[in-house]
Design a protein around this ligand. Structure first.
Ligand SMILES: [Zn+2]
Length: 149
């Protein structure tokens, strides 16, 4: 019984942290994303739909068939080149709704080193505890980490 309540309490606290961080950074994420979207879409000139900033566990961004774009608020904690790669990636999905050669050629127009970016991004841990540390000790970017197996 005690165990059960304790698990519930820890989960609830984690949820509150997550929500608090999301609300604290949502608007700066929106401003940043919108600035970078405008910048890169001067090149691509694609019809972008609605843009949403979300609190997602495991995705940096996504694009719907209608061209609506979703981005994770945690982009604000990413190194600029990784964040730009995510943004270019989603812009390019408006034209190429797959990961075929055509898609990657499009991405390469603005991010020629996209393979490296993708590799680095996979190693970034989407962990809110890390964000909390980043916030308090060093208001800097999440760094790619070597994941332990
Ligand atoms: Zn994709």
């Amino acid at each position: 019984m005690f165990r059960f309540f304790r698990i519930k309490y820890v989960r609830r606290r984690a949820y509150t942290h997550s929500r608090r961080l999301y609300l604290a950074h949502k608007e700066s994420a929106r401003a940043l994303v919108s600035e970078r979207l405008t910048y890169f879409n001067q090149h691509y000139g694609l019809p972008l739909g609605k843009v949403s900033i979300r609190n997602q566990k495991s995705r940096w961004g996504s694009c719907s068939k209608k061209g609506n774009l979703n981005f994770n608020y945690k982009l604000v904690f990413l190194a600029p080149e990784l964040r730009d790669y995510v943004i270019v990636h989603e812009i390019c999905h408006v034209k190429e709704f797959n990961h075929g050669q055509g898609f990657w050629d499009l991405v390469a127009q603005k991010v020629p080193e996209h393979r490296t970016m993708r590799h680095k991004l996979r190693k970034v841990v989407l962990d809110q505890r890390q964000i909390l540390q980043t916030e308090t000790s060093r208001p800097n970017f999440l760094q790619p980490q070597i994941l332990q197996k």
